[in-house]
Write a protein that binds this ligand. Structure first.
Ligand code: F6R
Ligand code: MG
Ligand code: MG
Length: 381
């Protein structure tokens, strides 16, 4: 039987500020969706939180982009928003960008990662969930998981992986996607996904048989809303083992923290810190950005889990390294490369400041000539 795994997330109010979620809000969202599990509309549900974001992990048989499933998620987030409003949580309902549900939750604020597959005799999957960053945070680890044999030994050793994987890459500005196959087109892939502000990996497929291996949420709130409305704290699903990378190969990129966009005011570069569920509460300078890994075994659509996969001392040195990287970047204050480059500040106050100063800019060479003339005249007098 084919099942669909959907992970749908939103920030519907922070406690305190933008740092974490409130248990009453999470419970309200969960209770709303749980009723649909009890009715049989959905097969199973597990809740995750990371920073100020809530994700529902659901299994069902309605396929991807299902209006039924998206409506349940939307209404559950609306119910949670009511509680967040009552508690006057910060930014209550902030990711619900429209007043009414219109058939598909994509483009309405919440982030969605979904995949449909035939459940294998044993189906291990990992749901990654990050806060204070953007979907392009997955570009580097996805490359390493699925195209770098120094990370994933299975690319060399496992016959099902030896043909490599294909990456569906989305241009966030045009909405167009291109599928690039590795290893043949590896350098084309890297040429694109190194531009993290423009290109994001949407999905990854196994070349051996076309099976889906990974998929991520890729909405960009600022492009939907036309103004700064917070970063798009992403989720991602990755299938593991027997012909997909092993759990340990999937987690390995996170042992070497790298720099992602996000952090304070969504306007800074910072290290992505892998943390256990209980440490997914960014506070220092609203960060640094962090990520959790929730492991599940799926059994006849039931979600067995989550297992807290970064709750492992083997990731302590990555966390320490991330702290050191955070210190180095914080030294820059509001200066680049800690603060994002100018083009990335488009949806912040920077354009307003430039507009205000527009008429006060003058040509420095002409100005100098004028000054010289004034001085010459003063000398003659
Ligand atoms: C970043 C984030 C926070 C806020 C910051 C200012 O994604 O959510 O860093 O941008 O706390 O928030 P406001 O403007 O709501 O006071
Ligand atoms: Mg927030
Ligand atoms: Mg967030």
């Amino acid at each position: 039987m084919k099942i669909t795994l959907s992970v749908i997330k939103a920030d519907i109010g922070g406690y305190v500020g933008h740092s974490a979620t409130h248990p009453e809000v999470v419970a309200e969202v969960e209770n709303y969706v749980r009723k649909e599990v009890d009715k049989g509309t959905l097969m199973d549900l597990k809740m995750l939180t990371c920073g100020d974001d809530i994700a529902m992990v659901v299994t069902h048989t309605h396929g991807t982009d299902s209006e039924i499933v998206h409506r349940i998620a939307w209404e559950a987030f609306e119910a949670g928003t009511e509680v967040a409003k009552k508690l006057k949580l910060y930014g209550a309902g902030q990711d619900l960008l429209t007043d009414a549900f219109s058939g598909n939750i994509k483009g309405m604020g919440p982030g969605v990662a979904e995949m449909e597959f035939e459940e294998r005799p044993s189906e291990p999957v990992i749901v990654f969930f990050a806060d204070k960053t953007s979907p392009s945070a997955w570009n580097l680890p996805l490359y390493e998981m699925f195209a770098d044999p120094m990370t994933t030994a299975g690319l060399v050793i496992d016959p099902k992986m030896h043909d490599g994987f294909s990456f569906e890459v989305l241009d966030l500005f045009s909405g167009k996607a291109v599928k690039l196959t590795t290893p043949a087109e590896l350098y084309d892939l890297l040429a694109l996904i190194g531009s993290v502000e423009k290109y994001v990996v949407k999905s990854v497929y196994r070349n051996f048989d076309g099976e889906i291996a990974a998929t991520a949420s890729t909405q960009r709130l600022s492009l939907i809303a036309g103004q700064y409305v917070g970063k798009d704290d992403p989720v991602m699903i990755v299938r593991a083992q027997s012909g997909f990378p092993a759990v340990g190969e999937i987690l390995e990129p996170f042992a070497k923290p790298w720099i992602v966009e996000g952090w304070m005011r969504g306007s800074h570069n910072g290290p992505l810190m892998p943390v256990s569920f209980k440490d997914a509460r960014p506070s220092r300078f609203d960060g640094p950005p962090r990520v959790i890994a929730a492991g599940f075994q799926i059994a006849e659509g039931k979600l067995i889990g989550p297992a807290d996969l970064f709750y492992d001392p083997a990731f302590d040195s990555a966390r320490r390294k991330a702290q050191r990287m955070a210190d180095t970047l914080r030294r820059q204050g509001i200066f680049e490369p800690h603060r994002l480059p100018t083009e990335e500040m488009e949806y912040t106050t920077l354009p307003k400041i430039l507009k205000k100063l527009e008429n006060r800019f003058y040509d420095i060479e002409e100005h100098k000539l004028d000054q010289d003339k004034i001085m010459e005249k003063e000398d003659m007098d």
